[in-house]
Design a protein around this ligand. Structure first.
Ligand code: NAI
Ligand code: 15L
Length: 265
C-alpha cells in the first residue's frame, strides 16, 4: 500500500529520523517537516520547514497531503506555555489544515504520559481513566480528544498511539514493560496508516514485552502484531532504576515524575 504524498511532522526528531527511511516504501513522496532542518533530502523526499503554531504555514503544508504521521511537538515535560504552543495550538492547526485540505488519515503520536500517574504494574486498558503526569501528558489527551472531534464532525480518521519508550534497546528496568522496538514502531505506524475503517481509535504502542502493563485492545483492528520483547535485555537493565519508593520508580511515567513544577512564563 502506498500514499501519494505522506507528511511526516517532527521529521528531524529522534523518532522522525528512525521512521524516515522506513516510510519510504509507503509513499510516492515523503514530505518532511519540522521547525528545524531535516538535513539532506533524498530522491523521493521533499521538505517544508514549518512551525506547528503557525496556522497559515500549516495550511500550506497540508495541501495535497493524503496521510500524516504526526510526531512533531514538545516531547517531554516543559513549562505550560511551551507545551501549549506546539501541542495544543499545533494540534489544532494540524486538524484544521487537514479538514480544509481534505486529508482524511492522521497517525497521532500520543504517549504513555497520559496515564503516567498509575502505579507501575497496574494493568491498564485504553478505557481506563486518564491520569496524566504533567502538562505534556495533558496535551496528548487534548490531541486524542481533538482527533475524536474531527472524526465525529468531519470524518477525519485518526489512530492515536500511546507510545511507551521507543529506543533502539531497553535502557532501564521500567523499559522492560514500556519498550517499543524500532521494528515494532514501524509495524505499528504502518498498520495505523493503512488499516481500513479505523474511525477514531486509541491504542497503546508497546512491544510484546512479557512484563507490559498495557492492553492490546485495538491492535486487531489495525493488524498490529508486535514481534519484539524487552525480556531479552533483563539482565543488563533490571538494576538500572530510580531510588526504591520514589515516584519515578513507583509510577508508570518514570523519570517524568521528577520533572516540574515549572514557574509560569
Ligand atoms: P523529539 O523531541 O526528538 O522530536 C520532536 C520534533 O518535533 C523535534 O524535531 C522538534 O523540533 C519538533 N517540534 C517541536 N515543536 C515544534 C513546533 N512548534 N513546530 C514544528 N516542529 C516542532 O521527540 P521524539 O522522541 O522523536 O518523539 C516524537 C513524537 O512521539 C513526539 O510527539 C513525542 O511526544 C511522541 N512520543 C515519543 C516517545 C519516545 O519514546 N520517543 C514516547 C511517547 C510519545
Ligand atoms: C515520552 O512520551 C517521551 O517523548 C520520550 O522521550 C520517553 O521519555 C517516553 O515517553 C517514555 O516514557 O519512556
Amino acid at each position: 500500500q502506498r500514499l501519494q504524498r505522506l507528511l511526516l511532522t517532527g521529521a528531524a526528531g529522534t523518532l522522525g529520523r528512525m521512521l524516515r527511511p522506513r516510510l519510504q516504501a509507503s509513499c510516492e513522496l515523503l514530505l518532511l517537516s519540522d521547525r528545524i532542518s531535516c538535513g539532506e533530502i533524498g530522491a523521493h523526499e521533499t521538505e517544508q520547514i514549518c512551525d506547528l503554531a503557525d496556522r497559515a504555514a500549516m495550511l500550506a503544508l497540508l495541501q495535497g497531503v493524503d496521510g500524516v504521521v504526526h510526531l512533531g511537538g514538545v516531547s517531554v515535560e516543559n513549562p505550560f506555555e511551551q507545551v501549549a504552543a506546539s501541542n495544543l495550538h499545533g494540534v489544532f492547526n494540524l486538524y484544521e489544515a487537514a479538514r480544509l485540505s481534505g486529508c482524511t488519515r492522521i497517525v497521532f503520536a500520543s504517549s504513555n504520559h497520559t496515564i503516567g500517574c498509575y502505579e507501575q504494574g497496574r494493568p491498564l486498558s485504553v478505557g481506563d481513566k486518564p491520569r496524566p503526569d504533567g502538562y505534556y501528558g495533558v496535551s496528548k489527551l487534548f490531541g486524542e480528544n481533538m482527533a475524536q472531534l474531527y472524526w465525529d464532525r468531519y470524518g477525519i480518521e485518526t489512530v492515536s498511539l500511546r507510545i511507551g519508550t521507543a529506543t533502539p534497546e531497553p535502557e532501564d528496568r521500567r523499559a522492560l514493560s514500556t519498550w517499543l522496538s524500532p521494528d515494532d514502531l514501524e509495524r505499528l505506524v504502518r498498520a495505523a496508516l493503512f488499516a481500513p475503517n479505523v474511525g477514531c481509535l486509541t491504542v497503546y504502542g508497546v512491544s510484546a514485552n512479557s512484563e507490559r502493563w498495557w492492553s492490546a485492545e485495538g491492535w486487531d483492528k489495525i493488524g498490529y502484531e508486535p514481534q519484539d520483547n524487552a525480556e531479552a535485555w533483563r539482565e543488563r537493565v533490571q538494576g538500572v532504576d530510580f531510588a526504591a519508593g520514589s515516584p519515578m520508580a513507583r509510577l508508570q511515567g518514570g523519570r517524568f515524575l521528577g520533572l516540574g513544577p515549572f514557574e509560569p512564563q
